[in-house]
Design a protein around this ligand. Structure first.
Ligand SMILES: [Zn+2]
Ligand SMILES: [Zn+2]
Ligand SMILES: [Zn+2]
Length: 249
């Protein structure tokens, strides 16, 4: 299974529009891993390409990654940084399957053209979606709106994506974590935050479970610089994602 991190920024992205903080200014001056477009992940497995979330920059992200076709789009939740680019697909010249939770679908705003092109499908938690030998199970995570994480499985490999999960995990989450090859967490900030996991909470999780590999993404301008983050989390075997990073498992 191949994962391509098309964007790794949190809601505001880095640089954040209109912000002149030191980290945003640094990102403007020097193109580096400190520039983070909003988060999207491409999963490639079993001959399929699944896009997870459609941030406002999605068309340029896909173009830059030279991805011109998708098997399907999965949406985690209604927040703008995750669905703001959905309308970009209205000019796609073929039918595009788009999956979202039944409680997320009514929140999506489509243009009339996209309504014609998109094949919208709802899903419930814990129901497997099949793309050949790649299977995907959505599961609820705690966030201030209905939000889904996803388990991706292919021939004994399991990748977990916790989307905008809060720090509290259920028994199901813990059970899934125990057999995961890779677990991906959204950590806008370094220090604990009420509505999101933080880098510190992922460090605790890694210590609690012997996770094979944890990846942090969806990072904001209040977090550490990329190089500083790498230094802090590398001893725990945590990978800091950056825009364009590819991971194979
Ligand atoms: Zn978000
Ligand atoms: Zn800033
Ligand atoms: Zn969110």
């Amino acid at each position: 299974m191949r994962m391509r991190f098309l964007g790794t920024g949190a809601a505001e992205g880095i640089p954040s529009f209109g912000c002149t903080c030191q980290r945003c200014q640094m990102a403007r001056k020097k193109r580096s891993h400190n520039v983070r477009q909003r988060a999207a992940l491409l999963i490639e497995a079993a001959g399929h390409r699944i896009l997870l979330d459609t941030p406002p920059e999605i068309s340029s992200q896909l173009d830059q990654a030279e991805v011109f076709d998708l098997s399907a789009v999965l949406l985690s939740h209604e927040h703008f940084d995750h669905v703001g680019g959905l309308v970009e697909f209205e000019y796609l010249n073929r039918v595009l399957p788009i999956f979202a939770g039944y409680d997320v679908l009514p929140k999506l705003r489509l243009t009339p053209r996209l309504e014609e092109r998109a094949l919208l499908s709802g899903f419930h938690s814990h129901t497997w979606l099949h793309f050949g030998d790649l299977r995907v199970m959505p599961f609820k995570v705690i966030h201030h709106v209905p939000c889904y994480g996803f388990a991706f499985e292919e021939t004994g490999t399991r990748v977990l994506h916790f989307s905008d999960s809060g720090p509290d995990l259920s028994d199901l989450h813990r059970h899934l974590l125990e057999g995961a090859d890779v677990a991906i967490f959204h950590t806008p900030t370094f220090e604990p935050h009420h509505s999101h996991m933080s880098v510190e909470s992922v460090i605790s999780l890694v210590q609690e479970y012997s996770l094979q590999r944890a990846v942090i993404t969806h990072i904001n301008h209040n977090n550490l610089l990329h190089e500083e983050l790498v230094q802090q989390v590398a001893p725990y075997g945590i990978t800091v994602a950056y825009d364009g990073m590819t991971l194979e498992v």
